[in-house]
Design a protein around this ligand. Structure first.
Ligand code: IMP
Length: 190
């Protein structure tokens, strides 16, 4: 079955293709002749993930899915959440976002945070959502060179290393995105 992923991020496409295997062909927006990312105008991860998948299904009539991810920090009432990519302003800048997060948490004793991914799948017009969560803590200073986004300041519960200090294989095994993709894959493959 062909499945269109509402993204032009080819790393994400390859990651999902790897997990789904040969029964599925994962294609990107570019394969539909659309080189732009779809605007994320929703107020929640659920809304954004749904509106991207809906856009593809309603415009092209293709079976498809979309994802949306955010970092939710307890002491900040769930921020940056749906605004994670552009927390420090537009255009989004990972380094400035981390600076702003550390600044806003300077006095915070509660360092609890979680990454959350929501995937929306639409097949034959029917929608289903899958959630992946990883709980952890925000440390005071950046550690590690790997990953992207908030990885250098996020330590998952049960670990002493930040996501940026892990190999991508280690991170994918426990990450929000890995969990949501495996739930989505289990649904499609069983
Ligand atoms: P997206 O929905 O996958 O584009 O993610 C939105 C934003 O959340 C990104 O721009 C990053 O700032 C942050 N983010 C998403 N996934 C991760 C991750 O695995 N590690 C660190 N930051 C992430």
């Amino acid at each position: 079955m062909k499945l269109y992923f509402a993204t032009n991020n080819l790393h994400k496409v390859a990651e999902v293709q790897n997990i789904l295997g040969r029964d599925f062909e994962v294609l990107s927006l570019k394969d539909l002749g659309n080189a732009d990312e779809i605007p994320e105008t929703g107020n929640t991860l659920e809304e954004n993930s749904r509106l991207k998948a809906r856009y593809v299904y309603d415009t092209y009539g293709m079976n498809c899915f979309a994802d949306d991810t955010g970092l939710e920090v307890e002491a900040l009432g769930g921020a940056p959440g749906v605004h994670s990519a552009r927390y420090a302003g537009t255009p989004g800048d990972d380094s400035k976002n981390v600076d702003m997060l550390l600044e806003n948490l300077k006095k915070a004793v509660n360092r609890n945070a979680r990454f959350r991914t929501v995937i929306t799948l639409i097949t034959d017009g029917k929608e289903k959502q899958f959630e992946g969560v990883v709980n952890g803590k925000i440390v005071n200073e950046r550690r590690g060179e790997g990953g992207f986004g908030y990885d250098p300041v996020f330590v998952p519960n049960g670990y002493v290393t930040t996501f940026a200090e892990m190999t991508s294989k280690e991170k994918n095994r426990i990450s929000h995105r890995g969990i949501s993709i495996r739930k989505f894959a289990d649904f499609l493959l069983t």
